[in-house]
Design a protein around this ligand. Structure first.
Ligand SMILES: C[S@@+](CC[C@H](N)C(=O)[O-])C[C@H]1O[C@@H](n2cnc3c(N)ncnc32)[C@H](O)[C@@H]1O
Length: 227
């Protein structure tokens, strides 16, 4: 397990505390729409931290080509119709570039600044000339509106049960996913980032925000600074 991360519940758990069975059950949200509106039709997307392909599969259905990267082989085993690469994002060094590189699921909020730097540099080195990097940030109230819960129409409840500062600007967050027949929890580390801090982190990796794609500024289209 990665330091500060933990998962409980049935089935395999990834080093960052995600449950493979849970992610196989979670429905896709508005991600495919946001992505489709921000990138050219048919683009080749490098999806970093794809999990079981919750978003991947919806992107394939929309006609995109996807290369899915995850450090969990158990997650990747469930991806269908996309090329998969089992690797830590921060170590990825493919001999090719992509129209779109995607770093979703709030991975940019990693508590370890050096690890975040390496992940953002991996985004920058895999984006093709004229391409873009799509990043998903946390919502503004993620660390203040706690506890909170949402009942999903498909029949489960997601709760953020606690959010505690653990020093150096990092929080330990505990999420609970309550299904009628099973409960999963994930404890993970997160570093809240203001808009300025986020943009500085991108700049360090040679990226700049081209535009915020959603009103809540959670989805971002970034491009290499050289363009
Ligand atoms: C919260 S899950 C989200 C999965 C998928 N993006 C989704 O929305 O359904 C995070 C995924 O990222 C992977 N992951 C987290 N940190 C990683 C890293 N540094 N390198 C590679 N994979 C990572 C985990 O194994 C897990 O599958």
């Amino acid at each position: 397990m990665r330091d500060g991360y933990k998962g409980t519940g049935p089935g395999a758990i990834t080093p960052d505390g995600c449950a493979v069975e849970l992610y196989s059950r979670l429905p896709v949200g508005n991600e495919p729409e946001v992505i489709a509106e921000a990138v050219p039709a048919g683009a080749h997307i490098l999806e970093l931290g794809s999990g079981v392909g919750r978003v991947t599969h919806a992107l394939l259905e929309r006609g995109f080509t996807v290369t899915a990267v995850d450090e969990s082989a158990e997650m990747l085993e469930r991806v269908r119709g996309a090329r998969t690469i089992c690797s830590p994002i921060e170590d990825l060094a493919l001999a090719e570039t992509f129209d779109v590189v995607m770093l979703a699921s709030f991975l940019v909020h990693n508590g370890d600044v050096e690890l975040r730097r390496r992940m953002l540099r991996a985004c920058a080195r895999h984006v093709a000339k004229g391409g873009c990097v799509l990043i998903q940030r946390e919502g503004e109230d993620y660390h203040s509106n706690v506890p909170r819960e949402r009942v999903d129409p498909s029949g489960f409840t997601i709760r953020i049960v606690s959010d505690e500062p653990v020093g150096d600007g990092v929080h330990s967050v505990r999420a609970e996913y309550d299904f009628p027949d099973a409960v999963w929890t994930q404890t993970f580390r997160s570093r809240p980032l203001t808009k300025d801090q986020f943009e500085e982190a991108l700049a360090e990796a040679g990226l700049r925000v081209e535009r915020y794609l959603t009103e809540d500024r959670m989805w971002v289209r970034a491009v290499p600074v050289t363009e």
